[in-house]
Design a protein around this ligand. Sequence first.
Ligand code: SER
Length: 602
Amino acid sequence: MEKLTSKKLMNMWAEYWTQNGHQKIDGASLIPNDNSVLFTTAGMQPLIPYLMGEPHPKGKRVFSIQPCLRTNDIEDVGDNRHHTMFFMLGNWSIGDYFKDDAIKWSYNFLTNEKWLAIPKEKLAVTVFEGDERVPRDEKSANLWKECGIPENRIFYFPKKDNWWEIGGGVGPCGPDTEIFYDTGKPACGPNCDPSCDCGKWVEIWNNVFMEFVVEKAGDPLKKLPQQNVDTGMGMERVVSVLNGFKSTYQNDCFEDAISVLEELSGKKFDFEQQDGKPFAVICDHIRASVFLLGDQKPTVPSNVGQGYILRRLIRRAVNCTRRLGINAQDLTKVAECFIEFYKDEFPNFVTKRDFILSELEKEIEKFNKALDGGLKEFSHITKDMKEGDTIDGKTAFRLFDTFGFPKELTVELAGEKGLKVDICGFDAAFKEHQQKSRDNSGAMFKGGVGQTNSEEEQILVARLHSATHLLHAALRKVIGPTAEQRGSNITPERLRFDFVCDHKMTDEEIKKVEEIVNDSIKANVPITCEEMSVEEAKNSGAIGIFESKYGDKVKVYTMGQFSKEICGGPHANSTGELGTFKITKEESSSSGIRRIKAILVK
Ligand code: SER
C-alpha cells in the first residue's frame, strides 16, 4: 500500500462510513457546551444527549473527525507517542446497529485491501470479561472469531481495561472491545499481552457498546433506552503504526513544523532520543495552541480554566525554544505551518490567522519579559556565590513567584554554575504562600503576569501530593512492605506513582487500594508536619527516602494513623479536602516496577 498520510486516512474514514449509510457531523468545538470538563476529550462527548435518547438531526448513523484535547498526560509529551491534542475518528450508531455490524465493519475497514489492508495476523482484540453487574462479552468474542481472528488473539480483560465510561464514571457507559496492532517487537515476557505497555501492542481502535448509564455518582448501572455504538480511533497512532514510524511525530501533519525547527536550530530531530523532546513538545503544544486560538469558541491565554491551559502550553513551548537555542518568537513560524496544513478542513484558521499569531506573540512576549527579569535577578543573586553553594528555598521561590521562573529552570541554571537549590525550602515557601493567599480572600486566580501556576493548580497539586502518601501507605498494606516508592510525578490533573511490585495488580488489589485511600479521606484527619533528625524519623516509623539529602533535619508529614512519611511538602491541610480517589491506570514502568496513575474527583 502507498504511504498512509493523516489526510488520506481522514478521507478514507469519510468515504467508508458514508458508503455504510452514515452522515458526517462536523467536528465540534474543543470547548464543550457543558462545563463538566474543560475540553472535548473524545468524539462522543458532543453526542452525549443523543446517546442518552434524544433524536439526532442527522439520523441514527453518524461519523466525525474530532479534534480532542487531553491534559492528563501533559508531562509525558515529548516521548514518541504522547500528545495533548489529537484527532479522534469515530462512528456511531445512535440506537441503530449494535455489536454485529460494528465489529464486522471495523474488521472490514482494517483488513480489506480497499481500505487499511492490515494483515489479520497483525491484529489482536480484547473483550470485557464480565463482573457482578454485566456478563462476559461472549457475543463480541464470537463475532471476532467469525471474522477470522483466532482464539489466541482474543483476550478477556476486566473493567479497568474493557469498560468505557467518562472520567468520574457518571454518564453513558458500557463494555468495549479494543483492537490492537502487533508492532512485531518481541514479547517482553511469557505474560506479554495487549494490556502490556512494553511497546509490542498498540491500541488502534475502540468500539464501545454503550447500553448503560450511571445517572449520578454512586447510582447503580441502568439500561439506556437504546443500544448505541461509540467508536474512537486515534488518528496519529494509526498512521504511525501502519507506516512503522518510531514516533507519532513522524506524521505528515508535523513535517513542516519540524523542518522549520530544524532549520532555525541547526539541529536534527532524532525521534527516538531524549534530545528530541523539545521538538516534540513544541510540535504538540503549538498545534494545540493553534486549535484553541482558532476554535469556533476561541480561548485566549489567561490564569483560569481553559485559558490557563493554553498559557501553560505556550510557556512550555517557550521553555523548549531555549533548549533548541532558537528565538521564542519564531514559534509563530511553527504555528503558521499548522494553519497552512489544516486550512482546508479548518477555514477558520485562515480568517483568524492574524488573531492566532498575535495572541501567540503577545503571550510569548509576556513570558519572555518575566523570564528576562528573572534572569537578571538570578545573576544578581548568584554573583557572589561559589561552586557548591546552595540557593536558599525562599530566594528560589521569589524567582518563581515574582518572575514566573519555573523551579526546573532555576535548578538548571544553578547546575550550570555548579550551584545547588534548596528544593525542600522552595516547597515550604510555596506552601506558606499558598496558605497566605487562601487566607487572604479566596481570590483564587489573582496571580500576576509572570506566575506560571495559578493558585488553583497549586492547591490541586498539594491535594494530589497528599493522595500520593495515602496511596503509598495503602500499597504497602495490600502488596506488602516491599512496595517501596520508585518515582512520583504530579501535575494539576493527576498523580503518577512508581513502586516495587513483581506482578500486574489484580482488580481486587486495585479496588482494595482505592478503598483504603478513600477511607482515609473520609476519616478527614489533619495533615501535620514536624521537623526531626533522620534518626528520629526512622524511629517514629516514618517511611520515605532516608538518605539525608537536605541536611540533618527532615520533615515528616503525618496523616492520622494512615500515613507517616518523610517529605518536603507541600500538602493539603486535611485528608477530607481530597474528594474521591480513583486509579485510572495500572501499568508496567520497567522490570519489577509498576506504575499507577490516579485522579481525585469531587
Ligand atoms: N469514547 C471512546 C473513547 O474515547 C470511543 O470513542 O475511547
